[in-house]
Design a binder for this molecule. Structure first.
Ligand code: CP
Ligand code: NVA
Length: 307
């Protein structure tokens, strides 16, 4: 394995199962340590945000600080990017100052352009296509609760969005069987499904894309959902809510059809009463706060390996 130093992390597609396992192992070790090794001493991470963020911003900024480094929050519209400076010029300039760039963008192509024009590693903090950092935290949460990954079953109920795409790939690579239940026309990205199927053929995981949430959650160890209206889709809100609700809302009745002891996961932010009911997200089977905490542990694991 060539190692992860200097690597771009644009999606889980480019990472081998061994590399994903390495990040999870490092993250899990760091999760148990109060003080982190100072692997980022003297290093700076630029964090570009084209959309709002709570977890991604704070976990990466805190991770950089705890590892002895420094992170700079850059809002897209307060940079010259907002006035039309190109991604490639921005990447070339940032590359002269910083050691890594993390970016949350609308278009995944912008991340690719950043990575192509900067030698510094570029990390995807969420794009329209993928959310790899979230899924690393989700996999760590599954390990903490279920003590393994291979052979587990995760049911994703709702919109076939960026989080769903990355879950498909992340589960397939780590041997987690995944069933997605979504309405017709709201399925995951066909490229992500193709990559997931290729990875599943190697790991032995099963991938199913279904319409019926009850079928998806049968024998599931975890049920996962995300917002029905991702950032940038606000204009479609009414149409989306009437398509997804009530059939794709995760409620107690649906949770009770999974395995006893199944956990509930959500990348957050959550919209109680839309994709999940209050009694589920705030109930005893919810693992969402540990999942959110794991964003910090996996950010530390990832940064310490790529820098
Ligand atoms: N889950 C997640 O990425 O949260 P933020 O949008 O708050 O970063
Ligand atoms: N699918 C959501 C995830 C937010 C963390 C979005 O893109 O808005």
């Amino acid at each position: 394995m060539p190692g992860l130093k200097g690597r771009d992390i644009l999606s889980l597609v480019e990472l081998s199962p061994k590399e994903i396992a390495l990040i999870l192992r490092r993250s899990s070790i760091l999760a148990r340590r109060k003080s982190a090794p100072q692997r980022l001493r003297g290093k700076t991470v630029a964090m570009i945000f084209q959309k709002p963020s709570t977890r991604t911003r704070v976990s990466f900024e805190t991770a950089a600080a705890q590892l002895g480094g420094h992170a700079i929050y850059l809002s897209w519209n307060e940079m010259q990017l907002g006035r039309g400076e190109t991604i490639s010029d921005t990447a070339k300039v940032l590359d002269r100052y910083v050691d890594a760039i993390m970016a949350r963008v609308f278009s995944h192509d912008d991340l690719v352009a950043l990575a192509e024009n900067a030698d510094a590693p570029v990390v995807n903090g969420l794009s329209d296509k993928h959310h790899p950092c979230q899924i690393l935290a989700d996999l760590l949460t599954l390990i903490q609760y279920k003590k393994r990954l291979k052979g587990l079953k995760l049911a994703y109920v709702g919109d076939g969005n960026n989080v769903c795409n990355s879950l498909l790939v992340g589960c397939a690579k780590t041997g987690v069987n995944i069933a997605v239940a979504r309405p017709q026309g709201y399925g995951p990205d066909p490229d992500a499904v193709r990559h997931a199927r290729e990875a599943a053929a190697m790991s032995g995981a099963s991938i199913s894309i279904l319409e019926d949430p009850e079928e998806a959650v049968k024998a599931a160890d975890a049920i996962y959902t995300d917002t029905f209206v991702s950032m940038g889709m606000e204009k479609e809100k009414d149409a989306r809510l009437s398509t997804f609700i009530p059939k794709y809302r995760v409620n107690r009745e649906l949770l009770s059809q999974a395995k006893p002891g199944a956990i509930f996961l959500h990348c957050l932010p959550a919209h109680r009463g839309e994709e999940v009911t209050e009694d589920v997200i705030d109930g005893p089977q919810s693992a969402v706060w540990d999942e959110a905490e794991n964003r910090l542990h996996t950010a530390r694991g990832l940064l310490s390996l790529i820098l």
